[in-house]
Design a protein around this ligand. Structure first.
Ligand SMILES: Nc1nc2c(ncn2[C@@H]2O[C@H](COP(=O)(O)OP(=O)(O)OP(=O)(O)O)[C@@H](O)[C@H]2O)c(=O)[nH]1
Ligand SMILES: [Mg+2]
Length: 327
């Protein structure tokens, strides 16, 4: 790869390809990890996404290579999501390297944890250090024992179950969509237990996307609250909608939201839950999977349970077989 000496150099940011290599996904995930917020700020400008606030999710021109989604999940963590074509990913990787951002190699677990008794125990310690979900802890701690007992006991979980459980380490993407003013942002605030999203009694309140890491009863997810769909929206809002649709395409779970007046959009995606909001105002006449009055907390527990079950089923967590959680 050629490195241009004239490029401005970004200090204190490393990156890694977070989407599985050779996977089937249409979108790639390139993770930028900053030493601090300022390092990420300068990387953001250099990558062509401009200023990106914490919680902001937007469509950006990534180095002129591809239009993709940029999401800032915290001060120091940004995801770039271009199309997953190998040429696109390689060109973006070249640009990052040219800017002085090094690729973070997966750590060598055995070298990092010399006290570990075997490979699985070393991988377990490495996974514990980066796992996001509290529900991952007991499960990971028990893996070395399960792998040692495997010969007598049973075969390990299949690839599909392993991928599901991996969501306890690397959070799944949950995207809430639906018409304007039905209470989507109020729902996010209720789920987060604090005000992370702008709420107002005016259609079109959320003009940008709000992305946060959210703990759904022990399973941490990346949650994006999108601006409502409404007819006659200004251009900037329609752009935001285009971003929302791209996010829906790569979501692990979509919350299709509506209320008594505005039914939830019919989603033709694999994994979705139809959420009837503002259920105290008017009866929900369409087929909702769960009815919610977020300000009163009604239906929140049921929704959390449904979402958790759709992402990481309790049955998979309770599965006593060994789990291939690394590699
Ligand atoms: N009565 C009642 N009002 C609610 C409920 N949930 C939200 N609201 C109110 O409905 C209005 C719209 O709520 P938002 O959460 O901003 O709606 P939104 O879907 O995010 O709207 P956009 O961002 O425009 O798409 C606000 O005035 C909220 O206070 C509810 O369960 N019951
Ligand atoms: Mg909103």
């Amino acid at each position: 790869m050629s490195v241009s000496l004239t490029s401005p150099q970004i200090d204190g940011v490393v990156w890694r390809l977070a989407s599985p290599p050779g996977g089937q996904a249409a979108i790639a995930v390139i993770e930028l990890i900053g030493r601090d917020g300022a390092a990420i700020d300068s990387a953001g400008h250099a990558c062509g996404m401009g200023e990106l606030r914490v919680g902001e999710v937007k469509l950006a021109d990534l180095f002129g290579v591809d239009r993709g989604i940029a999401a800032r999940w915290s001060q120091t963590l940004v995801h770039l999501m271009p199309h997953a074509g190998p040429v696109v990913v390689m060109k973006i990787a070249e640009k990052l390297l040219a800017l002085g951002m090094e690729e973070r190699r997966e750590i060598d677990a055995r070298a990092a944890y010399p006290e570990a008794r075997d490979e699985v125990e070393a991988q377990m310690l490495a996974a514990l250090a980066k796992a996001h979900s509290p529900r991952a802890v007991d499960l990971l701690l028990d893996q070395p024992r399960r792998w040692r007992a495997r010969a007598q006991a049973s075969t390990p979980t299949g690839e599909a179950d392993a991928k599901t459980l991996n969501r306890l380490i690397e959070p799944a993407l949950v995207v809430a969509v639906g018409p304007s003013n039905v209470g989507k942002s109020t729902l996010l605030n209720a789920l987060a237990g604090r005000a992370v999203s702008v709420v107002a009694d005016e259609p079109g309140t959320t003009r940008d996307h709000v992305g946060v890491l959210l703990d759904l009863g022990g399973v941490v997810v990346r949650y994006v609250d999108t601006p409502g769909m409404r007819i006659g929206a200004p251009v900037v809002e329609r752009q935001a909608l285009a971003t929302a649709m791209e996010l829906v395409n790569r979501a692990d779970l979509v919350l299709a939201c509506g209320d008594g007046d505005e039914p939830a959009p019919m989603m033709s995606v694999r994994n979705s839950i139809r959420v009837g909001l503002r259920a105290d105002l008017r009866p929900i006449m369409w087929q909702a999977d769960v009815k919610v009055c977020a300000p009163l907390g009604q239906g929140i527990e049921s929704l959390v349970k449904l979402a958790r079950e759709a992402l990481v089923p309790e049955g998979a967590i309770r599965d006593a077989r060994a789990w291939k959680f690394w590699g």
